[in-house]
Design a protein around this ligand. Structure first.
Ligand SMILES: [Zn+2]
Length: 62
């Protein structure tokens, strides 16, 4: 007989769908010819990609 897991497993963040960190190009190259990118973390999960199950329910209500 198997027991259901009691530990809450983190859910994929509904805001970023698991892609918590994205690179944004600034659109202009620097003087070295490189294309600088800014990294932005998902504000909902702070770059984690997952949120506790409790917070997923709160987000769904909003
Ligand atoms: Zn997220």
């Amino acid at each position: 007989m198997t027991h259901p897991t009691t530990t809450p497993t983190p859910r994929i963040c509904p805001n970023c769908d698991g892609f918590a960190t994205v690179a944004i190009t600034t659109g202009s190259r620097d003087r070295h010819g490189h294309l600088p990118t800014l990294t932005a973390n998902c504000p909902a999960c702070n770059g984690q990609g997952t949120v506790p199950a409790r917070r997923v329910r709160e987000a769904a209500r909003a």
